[in-house]
Ligand binder design. Structure first.
Ligand SMILES: NC(=O)c1ccc[n+]([C@@H]2O[C@H](COP(=O)([O-])OP(=O)(O)OC[C@H]3O[C@@H](n4cnc5c(N)ncnc54)[C@H](O)[C@@H]3O)[C@@H](O)[C@H]2O)c1
Length: 303
């Protein structure tokens, strides 16, 4: 029997976990019972060092640990009958990602892709049929500094084993493309690593979804601005999502901004997860199956 509010443990209390902890503490659908981290943390919540110490006290767990840890913690929680909200990428090892999907069958499960409930995403989805024939999708990412400032303490992000911008950021745009075009096939993808064990500094590739080509171009460590750009080129009209939330349109002339309402946030996605815990399937919340499709594409770049 799930309690009301839902009893939640926040696992991994770094950059993302502490952000979500604050959102969950303010959310009426949740009571945060404990935080879990292998490093001692002083926060306004009970903090334990092992997920096993709190599992019997909660209905659900939110996992914000580094990606290589997601599978074991998710499977442990699911086996104990708990709902799991997992950070992206679902996992690094694809066999583990598949095991997560299997373990999640019949249990509430979700992946935190930040674009899943954003106003821009819903507007792209609404406008897609009006674009004419789709010539292609382009994804362009640039990071002058990697890891970015807000994750400077997350050293694993600078390492190839579980970090890099392909997993950390491209995964969000692969999710968006998968959602708009359908499952993506990998045609030709690769990445450049500056030294053994270091995360990639360049990645490029061609994917295809529903017959539409998807071109990816991404770099880090360059002199230039931080860029997040996703464009869908149509024969009648095209759409560009810039810097996560700014949507523009062109019917052949200059890009014109598209007015968007305020929608989509950590708190809103927690609300969607609460609905999932209660047995609903909110369409603007990604599930493990979608997380697996994204992981399969992302890992192909890094092989
Ligand atoms: N959805 C988003 O917009 C978004 C944004 C940033 C990060 N993320 C994701 O969140 C996750 C965490 O990223 P971060 O930037 O917070 O990293 P981080 O390194 O800042 O935090 C990870 C925390 O997990 C702890 N940890 C490591 N192993 C553990 C274990 N076995 N048990 C408990 N705690 C453990 C670390 O001590 C650290 O405090 C990653 O999957 C990342 O991709 C998602």
């Amino acid at each position: 029997m799930v309690a009301d509010p839902i009893r939640l443990a926040v696992v991994g209390l770094g950059a993302m976990g502490t952000r979500m902890l604050t959102a969950a503490q303010a959310h009426p659908a949740f009571t945060v019972v404990a935080g879990v981290d292998v490093v001692p943390r002083t926060l306004d919540v009970r903090v334990v060092t092992s997920l096993g110490d709190v599992l019997s006290d909660v209905d659900a767990v939110y996992l914000a640990t580094p990606p290589a840890v997601h599978a074991s913690q998710a499977i442990q929680a699911l086996a104990a009958g708990k709902a799991v909200f997992c950070e992206k990428p679902l996992a690094v090892d694809l066999a583990e990602a598949r095991a997560m999907v299997e373990a999640a069958a019949g249990r509430p499960n979700a992946v935190n892709f930040a674009l899943s409930d954003m106003a821009a995403t819903l507007e792209i989805e609404r406008l897609l049929p009006s674009l004419g024939e789709l010539r292609g999708v382009e994804v362009r990412l640039q990071f002058p500094k990697w890891p970015r400032e807000f994750q400077k303490d997350a050293r694993w992000l600078a390492e190839a084993e579980q970090g890099g911008f392909v997993r950390e950021v491209l995964s969000h745009f692969v999710y968006l493309t998968d959602r708009m075009l359908g499952p993506l096939a990998v045609e030709s993808v690769s990445a450049d690593f500056p030294s053994a064990g270091a995360a990639e500094v360049a990645a490029r590739g061609v994917l295809r979804g529903g017959g539409v080509p998807v071109h990816v171009s991404a770099f880090s460590g360059l002199a230039g601005p931080e860029v997040y750009e996703w464009t869908v080129w149509g024969t009648r009209r095209s759409l560009r999502l810039s810097q996560w939330a700014q949507l523009s349109t062109s019917d052949g002339g200059a890009w014109e901004p598209v007015e968007l309402g305020a929608r989509g946030s950590d708190s809103a996605r927690l609300g969607l997860f609460a609905q999932a815990v209660r047995g609903e399937h909110p369409r603007d919340l990604a599930d493990f199956a979608s997380g697996l499709r994204v992981a399969e594409v992302v890992e192909a770049f890094l092989r």
